[in-house]
Design a protein around this ligand. Structure first.
Ligand code: SF4
Ligand code: SF4
Length: 477
């Protein structure tokens, strides 16, 4: 076995994390600043995503936030549509779609989410890391600064960096909070006495502390130690998944050579540039590893090297293991087709449920087990249960009226105004009972069908068909 084969077959790196020594101590990573087309593209994507994070909470629609995920009050607004606890089934289906979607996406595209969309990668690589380069300089300067004694320059740079990090963490925490309690909630947090907003205040402190800790200290350990998605790669990826891969067939045997020198070596000149840019401290030439967050930095670094030595780009590229071995890229595998079918069906179900979803849900049922009663004025009454779910932002004033029959409706219980309208607050459910009272001449059989029209805020929203029991117990007609 030659040196190159030994390197390829050496799997000892899998025994421990790339950023932890054999003794279990953390190895601080000083990645070199990447540059190249993928880094530029990721920067643009990050700017768009950060604009969404900070900008969307300021958008309102019909006087309400355009997007809101208030988990505490179980209030959700998605693209201006309000969802509440009554929509729990939609929430469950969406979660299942999300999980299967992640599985499908990962099976086909590997950890593309981690590199391009994950908030931790974006905050770390596109915000905190850029500021660090700006204040402390590149990887070599950072390393030297950390080794240097505490002098004026070091104190100044470290204090400035951490002050900026903390300020950023505070801003990010407030942006995240604005998605939960709305921008008005965040404004209130800034102006109201702390005692009256203690919940959001504590949440803001926790969000700030976590963001600062992740950005300033914990860094890539979030991806390599904490993140469950990263841990699941082993079961989700297969040999057809497109990951960031080193083309060992083209690159090996690796080795240094003089410019334009004819050798039997592969295209990898063993310059280590792909390693020194890696923010998780791994060597992608060892193969797919759970630490790899698909950040593309090694692709840019290697493409740059290939350009300099007049070789085609793409020694490290998006490719599957199968593709590297056989040159064939397979996206439609039984696994990806299976996930796609399930996903398609669930999407269909969710679309159907959303299309048929109404803003007010209504149920009227005759109270079980109760017979008709004769009133002192001789008319006959039946008792009914009404349940109204208000999924809108506005208070509903609901009026019940008999249609095509002469009689009265008397609501008993529930929150009723002076006009006999049942009041249903936004995002709440109102339960009440009401009597339908009919004169005897309307009752021509033991059971008669009746229709009850329901109007909300002056607009008829439904007509419920139910039955009226005409026979009073012990009463002879
Ligand atoms: S950057 Fe490219 S050429 Fe240099 S070591 Fe990595 S794979 Fe080899
Ligand atoms: S191996 Fe490459 S893609 Fe993976 S984390 Fe390191 S630099 Fe990023």
């Amino acid at each position: 076995m030659n040196e190159s084969e030994k390197q390829i077959n050496d799997e000892s790196f899998r025994d421990r994390l790339g950023t932890v020594t054999e003794e279990g101590e953390r190895i601080w990573v000083y990645p070199q600043k990447p540059k190249g087309k993928f880094y530029n593209a990721r920067t643009i994507v990050s700017i768009i995503l950060l604009a969404v994070l900070f900008g969307v909470p300021f958008i309102s629609y019909n006087g309400h936030p355009f997007m809101l995920f208030n988990i505490l009050n179980r209030e959700f607004i998605i693209f201006g549509m309000a969802f509440g606890p009554q929509d729990f089934h939609l929430f469950v289906i969406s979660i299942i779609i999300g999980i299967i979607g992640i599985f499908l996406f990962t099976v086909v595209w590997g950890r593309i989410f981690c590199g391009w969309v994950c908030p931790q990668t974006i905050f770390m690589e596109m915000v905190f890391r850029k500021i660090e380069y700006l204040i402390e300089g590149g990887a070599a300067k950072q390393r030297a600064l950390n080794k240097a004694p505490w002098n004026g320059e070091k104190i100044f740079k470290k204090a400035l960096k951490h002050a900026v990090f903390f300020g950023l963490a505070f801003l990010i925490a407030n942006a995240l909070l604005a998605w939960i309690i709305g921008i008005e909630g965040v404004k209130e947090l800034a102006s109201a006495p702390i005692a009256s907003v203690s919940g959001p205040f504590i949440a803001m402190i926790i969000f700030t502390a976590i963001t600062y800790f992740f950005g300033a200290y914990f860094r890539e350990q979030v991806c390599t130690v904490i993140c469950p998605y990263g841990r699941l790669q082993g079961v989700m990826l297969d040999q057809n998944s497109i990951v960031i891969a080193y083309d060992y067939k083209r690159g090996e045997p690796r080795g240094n050579r003089k410019k334009n020198e004819e050798t039997d070596l592969g295209d990898c000149i063993d310059c280590n540039q792909c390693v020194v840019v890696c923010p998780t401290g791994i060597d992608i030439r060892n193969g797919t590893q759970l630490e790899c967050v698909n950040c593309t930095a090694c692709i840019d670094a290697c493409d740059d090297v290939m350009t300099k030595i007049n070789k085609p780009k793409g020694l490290i590229r998006y490719a599957s293991k199968e593709e590297i071995e056989t040159g064939v890229r397979k996206i439609f595998t039984p696994k990806s087709i299976g996930y796609s079918v399930v996903l398609f069906l669930l999407f269909g179900l969710l679309t159907f449920l959303l299309a048929t979803r109404t803003e007010v849900e209504l149920s009227i049922l005759r109270t079980a087990g109760l017979m008709a009663q004769e009133q002192p004025d001789g008319r006959i009454s039946n008792l009914y249960d009404v349940k109204i779910t208000n999924k809108t932002f506005t208070k509903l004033y609901t009026k019940l009226e008999l249609i095509d029959v002469d009689g009265d409706i008397n609501i008993v219980g529930g929150n009723v105004d002076e006009n006999g309208r049942l009041i249903v607050p936004p995002h709440q459910v109102a339960d009440a009972k009401f009597f339908v009272v009919l004169p005897k001449e309307e009752i021509k059989s033991i059971t008669i069908p009746i229709k009850i029209g329901v109007a909300a805020n002056g607009k008829v929203i439904d007509v419920i068909k139910t039955s009226f029991l005409g026979k009073v117990q012990g009463h002879k007609k």
